[in-house]
Every structure is written in C-alpha cells, then in structure tokens.
Design a protein around this ligand. Structure first.
Ligand code: ADP
Ligand code: MG
Length: 239
C-alpha cells in the first residue's frame, strides 16, 4: 500500500487547536527605559478550561487581557486564537474574530444606563452579527442563563451591582463566544454579589465555556480550575 493509500485508509485525526495559544509573546511600551509589560509569555488554554490569572497592580494583567482580546498587538511573539494567527492579521480580520469568538466582562459593567436590560443584550447581538431573526430569542436565552429573565424590562440603574454584572455576562455570552475574558469582574461588588457572579462562572464552565478571569483577589483566583500567576509581566503556572 502506498503512503497515500495508508493516509486515505486511516485519516489523521488532527487535535483540536487550543482556544488560546501564546508563544514567546512580549509586549513592551516605548520609553526610557522601555516598559516590558509582558515578557515572553507562553500560555496554552484548551477549550472548556477555566483559568484565573492573578497578580498585583502593575504586573501586566490588563496588558495581557488587551492582547487576548485582540484590543492590542504583541511587540514580538505570536497569539493564535482557535488556531488562527492574529499577530499580523489585518484589523478587519481581528475585529471579526473579536466580535465572533470573544466575550468581554469588565470591572465596571459598561451597560447603557438608559436602555433596558434586554436592549443592552440585544445591542451586542447586532455587533456580533447574529441574524436579525434570532436576536431577540438569543438575548432572552442569555438573560435566562444568568437568571435575569424576570428583569428584562428594567433599566440597569435600578439593579444591584451583582445583577448589572450578570447583565454584562449575558451580553458577553449572547453570541456564543469561544472564550469569555473577564477583567476584575468582582472588583466593584460586595461579597454576596461577588459570590453570585462566581457561582455563575461555575455554571458557564460546567456548560463548556472557556473562561479566563483576571484578578488581584486570591479568593476569586481560587475558584478557577487552573491558576496562573503574573509577576512583572512573567507568567507562572500555579499548582
Ligand atoms: P495591571 O493591569 O496588572 O495593573 P498593566 O498591564 O496595566 O498592569 O501594566 C503593566 C505595566 O505596563 C505597568 O508598568 C504599566 O505602567 C505599563 N503600561 C501599561 N500600559 C502602558 C502604556 N500604554 N504605555 C506605557 N506603559 C504602559
Ligand atoms: Mg489592570
């Protein structure tokens, strides 16, 4: 049998690419001396993992999140999202990837205060390119998923901080991203509201979503299945 026949006989099963793969990735900012905010980072995150990145202020957390979210580009090294090299991809391709594959959650919610909860989530379906006919149903399903089906007509201003963050999470997952990136998601919440958000992350993880949670809070970091520390721009896997 020829090699070709053998290959056709038994097709190679390619392993699924990691959702996130950083290879020797450095981000430095010009200055005298330059600031190396991220130093030769290697990081591989598989589909379905729940990873926290913990580090003190100034350690490079936001820099990492901006890179992972395709909001910033590495100085050197490569970032593959779902196997797609992004480092030198044109901005149009990066924004298409960002809209379709990444959900963001920030410390300060970023909801539109004069639009209802449902409208806030619907707007995200528009930007993510969800077909018009599916938008309302998808938004309602996302709000049900974060246990806010009873708040769809409320304005964010009358919700608790924890509820607002859950709206932001519904908005982040409504277009079925490959990965949810959260930057200090409990930073503006008291402990009971934080607990609600962390419980919700557990549920999303159990549903198979890939989560990357960036925090300075050991209690938040401890909830993840896998923990990474960042110190002066260097990543270290924690036991
Ligand atoms: P963290 O989010 O952990 O507080 P950052 O990623 O914001 O840390 O910052 C890491 C380092 O990079 C800090 O020393 C910060 O001053 C520097 N830095 C971040 N952004 C810039 C920038 N746009 N220009 C210059 N230095 C920056
Ligand atoms: Mg930061």
């Amino acid at each position: 049998m020829s090699i070709l026949d053998a290959m056709l006989d038994e097709p190679a099963v390619l392993p699924a690419p990691a959702v996130i793969e950083l290879a020797g990735l450095t981000r430095s900012f010009p200055g005298d001396p330059p600031v190396v905010a991220l130093h030769e980072a290697d990081l591989r995150i598989e589909a379905g993992e729940y990873v926290s990145v913990i580090g003190p202020s100034g350690s490079g957390k936001s820099t990492l999140l901006h890179i992972l979210g395709l909001l910033d580009r590495p100085s050197t090294g490569e970032y593959l999202l779902d196997g797609v090299p992004t480092g030198s991809a044109p901005e149009s391709e990066r924004s298409r990837l960002r809209g379709g594959r990444i959900g963001f959650v920030f410390q300060s919610f970023h909801l539109l205060p004069h639009r209802t909860v449902l409208d806030n989530v619907l707007l995200a379906t528009l930007y993510a390119g969800v077909p018009r006919a599916e938008r309302r149903e998808r938004a309602l399903a996302a709000l049900a998923r974060v246990h806010l089906g009873h708040r769809i007509d409320f304005l964010p201003t009358v919700l608790s901080g924890g509820e607002r963050q859950r709206v932001a999470i519904a908005r982040a997952v409504v277009a079925s991203p490959q990965v949810l990136l959260a930057d200090e998601p409990t930073g503006n919440l008291d402990s009971s509201n934080s607990a609600g958000v962390l419980d919700l992350f557990d549920e999303l993880h159990a549903d198979g979503l890939t989560l990357v949670v960036i925090t300075h809070d050991p209690a938040v970091s401890a909830r993840a299945q896998r923990r990474v520390r960042i110190t002066d721009g260097t990543l270290t896997e924690l036991a």
